[in-house]
Design a protein around this ligand. Sequence first.
Ligand SMILES: Cc1cc2nc3c(=O)[nH]c(=O)nc-3n(C[C@H](O)[C@H](O)[C@H](O)COP(=O)(O)OP(=O)(O)OC[C@H]3O[C@@H](n4cnc5c(N)ncnc54)[C@H](O)[C@@H]3O)c2cc1C
Ligand SMILES: C[S@@+](CC[C@H](N)C(=O)[O-])C[C@H]1O[C@@H](n2cnc3c(N)ncnc32)[C@H](O)[C@@H]1O
Length: 617
Amino acid sequence: MYSVPYAKLKWIEGVVPFSSEFDDIYYPSENPLQQTQAVFLEGNTLLQRWTKDTFQGPPRNAFVIGELGFGTGLNFLATLHLWRKTVTQSAHLYYVAFESNPLSITDLQKALAPFSEFSSEVTHLLNSYPPPLRGSHRLSFPQYQATLDLVLGDANETIQRQLFLADAWYFDGFNPASNSELWNPELFEILRTKSHSETTFATYSSAGWLRRALESVGCLVTKVKHPEGKRETIRGVFKSASQKLNVTKIKRASIIGGGYAGVTLAYTLATRGVSVHIYEQESRICSKASGNPQGVILPYISRKPSAASSLYLPAFLYARQQLAHLERHSDSSLFNTAGIIHFPSTARLAALLNELETLMMPPEIARRIESTELCNILGTSIQSPAFFYELGGWIQPSSVAKTMLNEHGNLIDVITNSSITSEKLLTLEKESDVVIYANAFEAAKLFDSSDLPVEAVRGQLAFIDESQHSTSLEQILCYDGYLLPSQDGKHLLGASYDHGSYEETPREHENGEMLRNLCHWTPELFSETAQATTARVAFRTSTRDRLPIVGSITSQEDISPNHAFFIGFGSRGLSSIPLLAQQLTSSLLQEPQPLSAAEAKAVNANRFQERRLKKES
Ligand SMILES: Cc1cc2nc3c(=O)[nH]c(=O)nc-3n(C[C@H](O)[C@H](O)[C@H](O)COP(=O)(O)OP(=O)(O)OC[C@H]3O[C@@H](n4cnc5c(N)ncnc54)[C@H](O)[C@@H]3O)c2cc1C
Ligand SMILES: C[S@@+](CC[C@H](N)C(=O)[O-])C[C@H]1O[C@@H](n2cnc3c(N)ncnc32)[C@H](O)[C@@H]1O
């Protein structure tokens, strides 16, 4: 269900990976790198296309390669290496690769060990390589000006779901005789819809039927003889593809709201060369919901893959990846990851815990942990089994936001004490190519909100002194509340939910309730008489369907098309905002989108209006 199967490998002479299922090698045993370069990189004339004096991407400021069969990633690494050596401008490489049976990380490491010329690229790939979770994974390579979207699952199902237009293709399935699913005319027709009339392709095979199949979808096909491999291959152009590359020149953006959403979005736009003004009404960034001193980064699981799980799981992995990158730009640790113990506090979670194995969830994302193991970890007696999220952890949102601003300070201007009103909006519109509302539920004050139903949900956090048993607690505990490891002798205890209240003063009885919930799940950690010392109130932004609102509103008359929304992250903003910032940036710049079409639709800003119109008709 959730996982795709790993590739089953044998090793020829102990080094060359061979697929037992497809009965073929991943790359030739003789001169693999030279052959990859000759067939795929030269086959798509990449060097010539990238070294043009005026290279700005074709015509967007990006170059997009699609690959059928990611395998060991050798083609990707060779491409990334050439890209880094050749392209000096601000252009960005997107590599959208499809793979049904990914290599395990151990096999990947072994398969790539011989290619020492790529050691830094390999290290980066291994560090961000995802668990075998079905769906699309965005891997960012900022120091290479490159992004890999690794889409796991059968390409026949996944390609049409991804939103991108390729400038070049690598067709690198196994031998068509043993891998016929990846070499079929229907798939070539889909590839045509993801190509434009100058999109090139290259492949190892030169079979006559393949040439005819490609010609039947309007490709111009050429046969090439390679002296070094003594083999013939084919390459060509999708001449008849009718898709047009739309160029949206966004050079300047204005963002309303300097919370975690506004700052992360500004950072993401800046990585693509957009200069950004953030307008924040308070005297500093991250002072409202994002001002909580600690917040949890955790995965979301449902019994059946849903819009929420297929959005939040890759987003969780991407958030971790981004934090690992930011830590390299920070003097202190930003992501505290000792894992999360999640007690099944509802009937839904209890059922899910019992079924976890049948869902085939990668265990590093979520596994079941029995009460005996829990007792050992926590050093207190626990009656219930729980989920364990080994990759989960916590951050201080404001520290992460500051690190983002430091990295791209030259392109981001933060204007504090600046509350944007309807009148000021007119100035922002004139100053920038796009105005983005990242001001949480307060966005509703600036436009007619009938088709953007957002709501503030009050949440209270309490702080309690550590106890004798809790001092050594490293993991986060989640239940119908949560407890974070102590900082300076105090634990953060969260959180209450109150729809429709704007009361900012902490309520004593909510602190008591949170403590009782904690003692229910871990009776020996704190005494029942423990007291909260202080509390903090903030407001989440929730939407009617509980999914965020990401994108521009295209058909509402009073909102011009250069307005976009980045709001509604509920209780999961810290895990979801980084990937959704990538989504909004990619869609604004007309570049490959990390979300599939269905997920992009699920968070689209137009959805409430579309649903209303459908109901009315
Ligand atoms: C009690 C509580 C606990 C939480 N725990 C977690 C957790 O553990 N994990 C997790 O992932 N998420 C958690 N969340 C949710 C998380 O905090 C949010 O999803 C996230 O902070 C949202 O960021 P934001 O930037 O959208 O909103 P905010 O941080 O609220 O930022 C919006 C900003 O817009 C500014 N603004 C508003 N109007 C204007 C205007 N007109 N002009 C200029 N500026 C304006 C505001 O001043 C504010 O700074 C929690 C939330 C609460 C309330
Ligand atoms: C020759 S290998 C690719 C080699 C790879 N390009 C490299 O650089 O190592 C072929 C790949 O196609 C993948 N594949 C086969 N059928 C597929 C399908 N239906 N969808 C996606 N990938 C598939 C295989 O799992 C395998 O990894």
